[in-house]
Ligand binder design. Structure first.
Ligand code: CO
Length: 437
């Protein structure tokens, strides 16, 4: 039996998918009656480290000296220093707070983004709001304008939901760049993150203010120096919008809108207005600078789409992904994330031949509406060139489109709402590259 023998790979499938289960690995090898000589070759082809046969006699210093003391706020291991956001400043150091940071999705697992790694998109930096001075005002077409301090808001009934937030400009580089940029999955597609958000259903606060019969829209205004503002249809506000106060169990991070942000499940990131200071109820959209100069989508026919709120159905393989290298042919577990602004993810399919053949991935846990879901699939890489793709379908029947379809429907400088299928090319030496198909 050699390492490229497919029978040995299939036989050890269970152990390979669960690389920490060394007893499983041993059992499978023994059950197969593998001779000691070939065991070495097979073990080196698997992601596992062979179990130590002899008792370890020399313990490392970190194992026999008292460990570090306690801390009031824990930090990741210093050996994980490379798990960090990539920063993209729109105007360099001229406006250091204008631009974005991207989540290193290729280094994360599960569906929750650690709060300190949630992507950021700010139009003029993160304001240093003093909570005691913070006021949220609800005004406009209401029976009674209301002001809320943060203490007031914290006394309302709360609810917690797991929601993704994706920037409308996520994956823009894969549309705009004529040749595929070779960078990590996070720097190309990392304007997507997912958190447990806790907050107040906005319908409760609007009910208290009392809506005028002409009320149709709500202008959400940020307290940042860019006064980032968006018009939101009243229907969405009354459906599932919330004023988020907590993220992943703790109060919002400053760069995520501390002390309060708007949460519009499934809708484009910029509408989830951070540092929310005002909600003005109106009869029409306000046409703010942020919804005319930006976040309007030019089409190939010379017209433009405005108010494209919902994020499309999308998926991406995070492991393996661009800039990684598969060490050796054999069995791998493909892992990735899928989501849809329209609701739940129904199915994620995988192709290893650039979309000619597809097979179903397994969803790791139940897909919740407007949340990420993790998908997984075993894949036996035989050492020949491959084109890995994932394609998600949501419960409304939307299917992730190809890049060619996007290019045909949008103007040459169109970049928003790129939910197209991502292709990772695996070369014969195991290098994984970003590719257009
Ligand atoms: Co849009």
């Amino acid at each position: 039996m050699t390492r490229s023998d497919p029978k040995s790979v299939i036989q050890n499938n269970e152990a390979a998918i669960n690389p920490h289960n060394q007893s499983n690995e041993r059992r499978n090898f023994l059950r197969g009656g593998v001779k000691a000589a070939s065991l070495v070759a097979v073990a080196s082809a698997s992601p596992m480290v062979q179990a130590q046969e002899s008792v370890q006699k020399d313990f490392p210093a970190w194992s026999i000296t008292p460990g570090k003391g306690f801390s009031e706020y824990g930090q990741p291991s210093t050996f994980e220093f490379n798990t960090k956001r990539t920063i993209a400043k729109a105007y360099g150091d001229l406006a250091p707070g204008t631009g974005s940071t991207r989540t290193p999705i290729e280094k994360l697992e599960g569906i929750i983004t650690p709060s300190g790694l949630h992507f950021e998109r700010s139009h003029n930096g993160s304001p240093a709001i003093i909570p005691k001075e913070y006021v949220l005002t609800i005004h406009g077409l209401v029976k009674q304008a209301l002001n809320f301090s943060i203490e007031n808001l914290l006394r309302y009934p709360l609810k917690t939901r797991t929601y993704f937030i994706e920037c409308a400009g996520n994956s823009a580089q894969n549309i705009l760049a004529p040749q595929p940029v070779q960078a990590t999955a996070g720097s190309l597609h990392g304007l997507i993150s997912c958190s447990d958000w806790t907050g107040i259903p906005l319908s409760i606060l609007l009910e208290e203010a009392g809506l005028d019969s002409k009320a149709k829209w709500v202008l959400a205004e940020g307290a940042d120096a860019a006064a980032m503002s968006r018009s939101v249809p009243l229907e969405k506000i009354l459906d599932d919008a919330m004023i988020a106060l907590y993220q992943n169990g703790e109060r919002l991070r400053p760069e995520q809108g501390y002390p309060a942000r708007l949460l519009l499940p499934g809708w484009e990131g910029n509408m989830n207005v951070k540092w929310l200071r005002g909600l003005k109820v109106t009869s029409t959209p306000t046409h703010t600078k942020d919804e005319t100069s930006k976040y309007t989508d030019p089409m190939s026919n010379g017209m433009a789409r405005q108010f494209t709120f919902e994020m499309g159905v999308k998926s991406i393989i995070t492991n393996p992904s661009a800039t990684m290298k598969l060490p050796i042919p054999g069995l791998y577990q493909i892992s990735g994330i899928a989501w849809s602004g329209a609701g739940r993810i129904l199915r994620v399919e995988i192709s290893s031949d650039g979309g000619k053949n597809w097979f179903n991935a397994t969803l790791d846990g139940e897909s919740q509406p407007h949340s990420l879901v993790r998908f997984r699939a075993p894949w036996n890489w035989k050492g020949s060139p491959a084109f890995l793709q994932s394609r998600a379908t949501d419960e409304k029947g939307h299917v992730q489109p190809t890049r060619a379809v996007y290019k045909a429907n949008n103007s040459v400088d169109g970049r928003y709402h790129n939910n197209t299928i991502v292709t990772w090319a695996v070369e014969t030496d195991g290098s994984v590259k970003n590719a257009y198909l």
